[in-house]
Design a protein. Structure first.
Length: 274
C-alpha cells in the first residue's frame, strides 16, 4: 500500500507560520530518529540527517545542556495518539545516569494529527569529560502502532533525507532506530591568545573563564579586543595575588606558579622562588 511520509517544517525566524511538505514513498508505517542540522536560511526539509549529537562543553561552556531529539513517524496522519517507548541502551552507554545525563521518561506518543515528537535529554558536565568523551545511546521500541522498517539512511531507505558524515569519529552509526549522544569538555587554545595572558595552559584558560564569567565562544578576534583581554588579565592577576598572600599559590600542571600580566612574579618560577 502506498503511504506518505509527512513531516512538519519548523518555523523559521522570518516566517510567521509553519508549512507542511509531503513525500510519497512505498513502505510501512514506522518510526525513526530524525535529528537534523542546518542553517537558518534553508528550509529544514533540506537539512542533512545528523548521525549523532555532540555536546562540546569546551566550546559552549555552561554546566549542562538540554537536548531535544526528534523521533518521526512514517505513514498517514491519525486522529488518535500512538504510544511507543525510547530507552537507554546500557551496554552501549558510558555516561553515568544522574551524574552525566538525565532521561526521565521512556513513554512517548505520536499525538493525534502529528508526525513527530521530541525526546528530551539533559547532559551534565563532569570533571572526567576533560579527559574522555562519554556516550549515551537511545533506541526506539516501536509498540503496537509502529514497526522499525529502516536500517540505514539514504535515498533508498528513509526518503527525503541525505547523509552528513561530518565526523567519522562519532558518526559511525547509520541506524535510524538508535541515536548516539556524545559529550566532552575538551579545550583548545583560542585564537588570539594575548601576550598579557602569558604562556597558554588549559588550567589557566579555565580559570580565566571562571573568574571573568566568559565562555569559550567569546575568545575570538571579534569578541575579544585587547582592552577586554587586559581586563580579564587584571581580574585573574588580582585572584592569583590573593592566593599567593594566603600561602596557596595557584600552580600550573608542571609545578610552576601560574603567571599572567599584573602579578608580582615572573613566568616559570617555582613556589620556593616566590
Amino acid at each position: 500500500m502506498k503511504t506518505k511520509l509527512i513531516y512538519l517544517l519548523m518555523t523559521l525566524p522570518f516566517l510567521c507560520a509553519c508549512e507542511k511538505e509531503t513525500i510519497n514513498y512505498e513502505g510501512k508505517e514506522g518510526l525513526y530518529f530524525d535529528v537534523q542540522w542546518g542553517v537558518s536560511w534553508l528550509e529544514p526539509s533540506t537539512w542533512a540527517h545528523q548521525f549523532y549529537t555532540l555536546v562540546d562543553f569546551g566550546k559552549t561552556g555552561g554546566e549542562e545542556t538540554d537536548l531535544s531529539l526528534t523521533v518521526r513517524a512514517t505513514g498517514e496522519l491519525k486522529n488518535y495518539d500512538r504510544p511507543f517507548q525510547v530507552y537507554v541502551v546500557q551496554d552501549s552507554t558510558t555516561a553515568i545516569e544522574g551524574e552525566e545525563y538525565e532521561f526521565l521518561n521512556q513513554e512517548y506518543a505520536i499525538k493525534a494529527g502529528e508526525t513527530s515528537v521530541n525526546i528530551p535529554l539533559k547532559i551534565k558536565k563532569t570533571e572526567r569529560m576533560t579527559q574522555k568523551t562519554v556516550k549515551v545511546q537511545l533506541a526506539i521500541l516501536p509498540g503496537d502502532y509502529f514497526e522499525l522498517p529502516f536500517t540505514t539512511y539514504g535515498a533508498t531507505n528513509v526518503p527525503g533525507r541525505y547523509d552528513a558524515d561530518e565526523n567519522p569519529e562519532y558518526s559511525c552509526n547509520h541506524d535510524p532506530r538508535i541515536h548516539n549522544i556524545y559529550a566532552n569538555d575538551f579545550l583548545t587554545k583560542p585564537s588570539p591568545w594575548f601576550v598579557a595572558w602569558g604562556t597558554y595552559s588549559e588550567k589557566k584558560y579555565r580559570l580565566m573563564m571562571e573568574i571573568s564569567g566568559t565562555t569559550p565562544d567569546e575568545y575570538t578576534q571579534d569578541l575579544m579586543p585587547s582592552q577586554r583581554a587586559n581586563m580579564i588579565a587584571e581580574m585573574v592577576a588580582k585572584y592569583l595575588l590573593a592566593e599567593k598572600e594566603k600561602g596557596t599559590p595557584v600552580l600550573e600542571e608542571d609545578g610552576t606558579v601560574m603567571y599572567i600580566k599584573g602579578v608580582s612574579w615572573s613566568e616559570g618560577i617555582t613556589p620556593d622562588q616566590l
